[in-house]
Design a protein around this ligand. Structure first.
Ligand SMILES: Nc1nc2c(ncn2[C@@H]2O[C@H](COP(=O)(O)OP(=O)(O)OP(=O)(O)O)[C@@H](O)[C@H]2O)c(=O)[nH]1
Ligand SMILES: [Mg+2]
Length: 305
């Protein structure tokens, strides 16, 4: 019989926190590969994404989630449900706090939802972006929301605190099976990750409300014999006027988006990429169940029906 020392450990670790706290950046840093779309704008992530870290002793399955939001359309219902699922299902929760800004109303809502469902010994309060601020006052504001949670200071950007964070997670992992093959790092297909990267880069290049009017679908993802990946993607906007902005004067904007996205996808795949993008109008897509399903923003248990 195996003793506890040698037994295999595994578990699901949800990354939660308000928009822009650095959850997806942390996922990428922990996995050591860019698999989640990151941008400097809030509400980049829209659905759960796994990042799987395996050794011969344990398997940590990190679950990146969207930041909670207060909008009322079907897309937002889906997004908030994604957070709720993670809150309920995870073995351990990492609450990502953005040290560059004090805790606010969204932090209070999210920590309240968390405390309704879980005990605080299932939570690690992670102070991220410690390279930008190390103010005790800001930490205290977050700690007041989760007074009993274990805390750690990290910087996803510099890498500070990441090995220590992995140690804390390891100590709290329950015994469990190998849920995924050891060489698998996520559940998503590369074409889905490519779509997220195209959307993140589109968001970064556009201003005002436009970033939130965008959905991306990869229509075609093929690896040719010469090793080049050929991708055809569509950027959907809500109105014709927005389409003109995404294309830009003489196509300048769409070319810039295309270059940024191609570089990000090349970094992910470590292969040369040929990226062809088009822009289409899809009126009121945030409330269109069939369209939401098409772009992977609807699923079991959501209210977007
Ligand atoms: N300076 C600094 N910036 C960081 C750090 N971690 C993340 N960022 C930046 O914070 C911004 C948001 O990062 P994301 O990883 O997209 O944040 P998120 O929590 O996934 O955001 P949503 O998907 O919108 O909920 C990006 O511009 C990151 O580069 C950090 O440790 N230090
Ligand atoms: Mg994110």
């Amino acid at each position: 019989m195996e003793n506890t020392e040698n037994s295999f450990k595994s578990g699901f670790i949800a990354l939660i926190g308000k928009p822009n706290a650095g959850k997806s950046s942390l996922l990428n840093a922990l996995i050591g590969q860019p698999i989640a779309g990151v941008s400097f704008r809030p509400q980049t992530t829209r659905r759960r994404q796994l990042g799987i870290l395996s050794t011969d002793r344990y398997q940590m399955i990190f679950v990146d989630t969207p930041g909670l939001n207060n909008a009322k359309d079907k897309l937002s219902l889906f997004i908030n449900n994604e957070v709720r699922f993670a809150l309920e299902d995870a073995d351990l929760l990492l609450y990502i706090a953005d040290m560059s800004a004090p805790a606010d109303e969204l932090d209070r809502q999210l920590s309240d939802a968390l405390k309704e469902k879980r005990t605080q010994d299932e939570v690690i309060l992670v102070y991220n972006k410690s390279d930008l601020s190390d103010k005790g006052q800001i930490k205290q504001g977050y700690q007041a929301l989760l007074p009993e949670a274990k805390t750690i200071e990290i910087s996803t950007r510099s890498g500070k605190g990441l090995p220590k964070l992995l140690e804390l997670v390891k100590e709290r992992l329950p015994e469990g099976p190998e849920y995924y093959p050891t060489d698998q790092i996520t559940e998503d297909f590369e074409r889905e990750i490519a779509a997220e990267m195209i959307r993140a880069k589109t968001m970064e290049n556009l201003s005002d409300e436009l970033p939130y009017s965008i959905a991306v679908l990869v229509n075609d993802y093929k690896e040719r014999e010469n090793g080049v990946i050929y991708i055809h993607g569509t950027i959907f906007v809500e109105r014709d006027a927005q389409k003109a902005i995404v294309i830009g004067k003489k196509g300048m904007m769409i070319r810039k988006i295309s270059t940024d996205a191609r570089l990000a996808i090349e970094e992910m795949t470590q292969q040369k990429v040929f990226l062809d993008l088009q822009v289409k109008t899809q009126k009121d897509w945030k409330n269109d169940p069939a369209f939401l399903r098409l772009v992977g923003l609807a699923g079991a248990g959501d209210n977007a029906k």
